[in-house]
Write a protein that binds this ligand. Structure first.
Ligand code: MGD
Ligand code: MGD
Ligand code: SF4
Ligand code: MO
Length: 698
């Protein structure tokens, strides 16, 4: 039989590279890059190319499974789809009956496309509780920048930029398909590169200015940047005068953040700070790439993101060509996180107001993002503010993804009912009562409009699912039908056509052209006469936030665990730990069982300065213990000179292939889920304390 070639997009990570999927005799044979894709231009990474290994993996779950032997058992038995869905439907209804619809939480991991479909289901079912890791991933960017300028600082225009500032962002490993082509274009055309990162990543090392910052002190550096920019008259006076409010208050506020003071806080040199700030503000246009994880995992994440927005604004780079754009997906209100879906917004007000976390983080009632997982655990553990009894997880390995894994695992174990939808068994699916097998991205139709600038892409089904795996949208349609949720879509096609209504196309039509884009406007605020903020201007001093108890100006807060805040703890745990720098071959805790990927990065490796390692008698490649006040895991020490000797970096996501690997290798056994950023609920997992000890075999 001949080979069919299907043009699609890869869903193994957020880059969503354009791919050509080759299929022979109904089986996937190859995934190649699509040279015509407007973002990736033919690029693929090892994860995308390993699709066949994932689809035909002997460990893939291919039938619905139900737990046998009681709650604490880890044994499962195959069952029919009808039976599995009957169980899930009846347990959801029972939970609603006994404890109210809000006792049911649906969760997803990093967006694998399910947010609209799950939200619509929850709306019709009655629960406002849609949980996702947004508070540690993108949410704080949206909250910090939208509260300041009315849109999220997520679309840097690197290709047209003359100065590129990567703040806690390493797109070479984390977003190669989406950002690297443009970034290289910019650099080829002579753009300067500034990188703020405690680690010497390849991009940091080739940068004109690499600021090797002490983890968790970013806001101090930002306030100093603003101070240097204002003091040197490098701000855009016309823009500031016409389009901002609160400049004088901001100016006063940052005046104490001198390079000298900031150098002491951040462990940088005053002259390097000054030089980088001057380079950014003195070059036009300049763009900022904030790390989607890097700037979202700190106790002052809200202020970090407003600070970034402020420097873009006062230098006149907001919505400027070569600056940071304001792209609206063509699907508008029906885009992935569009308001047409949010359960919080679409439920009757009284029910919506029950959304977990709203009391603690009121801004999410104004700029809705999914609820932080950390507000769900107390509701499970203590029934506060009301009991959560039933959870459904779609593409989420909560136990390994979220800080304080032991707590997560304990909480999920005590639920009345947990169901999970995943390709493979994980430390999270192990706790489920029912596991449902989803179709792989090559086996389903989908659309993508999240972070795709002004594009919507068709992901086109290239082959039938491995029997009996099922498209998750179909799973939800089937559940909704069983539960009599009137108004839910009847088929996958209906869901996709509904989302595409704003562009006046059906999925069939979009499929043929692959993607659709709408023009965007530079400096849209000039056209509309305002920014979408309460004052209509960029809120350099956001007085209006005081009604929510949020300070009007960004403030630096030391990491709660660190040399300045907890000097006593520092005696026992003398090193600063940052976690979760991305690894090109893995997506979080996924892909660990894929042989071609695992062999490229078999063990968790601690980046440690050779001087520090030697002082502990640790050789390069040796297994060691790393501990924090919360626990201890095993890790392989790897000498790494491009890091401060007092800082170490540990990757996240390791668990596979070792008995109880979630306890022994998973760095989130060490991370903390408190205190959270008071505005965004962000978790402090990029700046903690730890200690390294020689490995003693039991
Ligand atoms: N210490 C530390 N922890 C971190 C981070 C860090 O930097 N440091 N980063 C955090 C961030 S930013 C995020 S977003 C979270 C991510 O956390 P998660 O999204 O939970 O990430 P994964 O560990 O990849 O788990 C996803 C699961 O989904 C399954 N899967 C993959 N594709 C599909 C699909 O299409 N459908 C279904 N049903 N299942 C699928 C995979 O097999 C895997 O088991 O982790 C966070 N954890
Ligand atoms: N291959 C791969 N790609 C991914 C993912 C993956 O798991 N694997 N995950 C995806 C997801 S969900 C997300 S959210 C994004 C994250 O995308 P990014 O934010 O770009 O990725 P990270 O590697 O978490 O962080 C970037 C850099 O921040 C630095 N850093 C650590 N602590 C600090 C600090 O305190 N201050 C500063 N300034 N820098 C610090 C790290 O050293 C790292 O180099 O990646 C996405 N892409
Ligand atoms: S970077 Fe790799 S995993 Fe991510 S979309 Fe592109 S090919 Fe797929
Ligand atoms: Mo993320």
């Amino acid at each position: 039989m001949s080979v069919t070639k299907v043009r699609s997009i890869c869903f193994e990570c957020h880059s969503r590279c354009g791919v050509i999927v080759e299929v022979k005799d109904g089986r996937l044979t190859k995934v190649k890059g699509d040279p015509d894709h407007p973002h990736s231009h033919g690029y693929t990474c090892p994860k995308g190319r390993a699709a066949a290994e994932m689809i035909y993996h002997p460990q893939r779950i291919t039938k619905p499974l139900v737990k046998v032997g009681g709650k604490s058992s880890t044994r499962f038995e195959e069952t029919s789809w009808d039976n599995a869905l009957d169980i899930v439907a009846s347990r959801l209804l029972e939970s609603r009956e006994k404890w109210g619809a809000e006792s049911v939480v649906f969760g997803t991991g990093t967006t694998r496309g399910m947010a609209p479909y799950l939200n619509r289901f929850l709306t019709l079912f009655g629960s406002p509780n849609f949980m996702a890791p947004s508070n540690m991933s993108g949410g704080p960017i949206v909250l910090g920048s939208a509260a300041t300028c009315g849109f999220g600082l997520v679309d840097p225009d690197f290709a047209n930029s003359k100065c590129i500032l990567l703040w806690a962002h390493n797109p070479e490993a984390s977003w190669p398909g989406l950002y690297m082509y443009d970034l290289r274009q910019g650099l080829k055309s002579g753009a300067k590169l500034i990188v703020v990162d405690p680690r010497g990543t390849p991009l940091a090392k080739k940068a004109d200015h690499w600021l090797k910052i002490r983890p968790g002190t970013d806001v101090a550096l930002l306030l100093c940047f603003i101070n240097v920019i204002i003091r040197n008259n490098l701000y855009d006076k016309d823009f500031v005068e016409t389009w901002t409010t609160g400049f004088d208050k901001l100016k006063d506020h940052v005046s104490s953040y001198t390079p000298k003071r900031c150098a002491e806080i951040t462990w940088l040199r005053a002259e390097d700070i000054e030089a980088a700030a001057v380079a950014f503000a003195g070059t036009s246009p300049a763009s900022i790439g904030p790390g989607m994880g890097g700037v979202c995992q700190a106790n002052d994440s809200f202020d970090l993101n407003r600070g970034l927005t402020i420097i873009s604004a006062i230098t006149g780079n907001l919505e400027a060509k070569g600056g940071n754009l304001n792209c609206i997906p063509p699907t508008k209100k029906r885009s992935c996180y569009g308001p047409d879906f949010s359960a919080f917004l679409n439920l009757p007000r009284e029910q919506g107001q029950k959304m977990l976390g709203l009391d603690r983080f009121p801004l999410i009632g104004h700029i809705p993002i999914p609820i932080p997982p950390q507000v769900v655990w107390p509701a499970i553990e203590t029934g506060t503010p009301y009991p959560v009894k039933t959870v459904g997880l779609f593409a989420n390995n909560s136990v390994c993804a979220y800080p304080n894994s032991q707590r997560v695992r304990n909480a999920l174990s005590t639920l009345d009912f947990l169901f999970a939808v995943d390709y493979y068994h994980t430390p999270t699916t192990e706790l489920a009562d029912v596991i449902l097998p989803p179709a792989h991205w090559t086996e389903r139709d989908e659309i993508e409009d999240l972070l795709m600038r002004n594009h919507v892409f068709a992901q086109v089904k290239a082959l039938d699912p491995v029997p009996e795996c099922r498209d998750e949208k179909q799973i939800i349609c089937d559940l909704a039908a069983r539960m009599g949720l009137n108004g839910y879509w009847g088929s996958v096609q209906e869901t996709l056509d509904y989302r595409l209504e704003p562009i006046g196309m059906t999925f069939e039509e979009l499929k043929h052209i692959g993607h659709f884009s709408t023009p965007f406007t530079y400096r849209g605020y000039e056209k509309y006469g305002k920014f979408r903020t309460p004052s209509g201007k960029v809120e350099l001093c956001a007085e209006y936030l005081s009604m929510l108890g949020i300070p009007a100006l960004p403030e630096f807060k030391e990491p709660d665990e660190g040399p300045a805040s907890s000097p006593e703890l520092l005696k026992e745990y003398p090193l600063i730990l940052t976690t979760g720098g991305r690894n090109i071959v893995y997506y979080h805790s996924s892909h660990r069982n894929i042989a071609s990927l695992k062999k490229r990065s078999p063990d968790p490796e601690l980046q440690i300065h050779p001087q520090t390692a030697r002082s502990l008698g640790v050789t390069d490649g040796e297994w060691v213990y790393i501990s924090s006040p919360r626990g201890r895991v095993e890790i392989r020490a790897r000498y790494f000179s491009d890091i401060n000797p007092r800082v170490v970096h540990a990757p996240h996501g390791y668990w596979y292939g070792v008995e109880d690997g979630w306890k022994k290798l998973n760095i989130n056994m060490l991370t903390s889920d408190e205190p959270l950023c008071p505005v965004t609920g962000s978790v402090p997992i990029k700046a903690l304390l730890c200690r390294i000890e020689k490995f003693v075999k039991d």
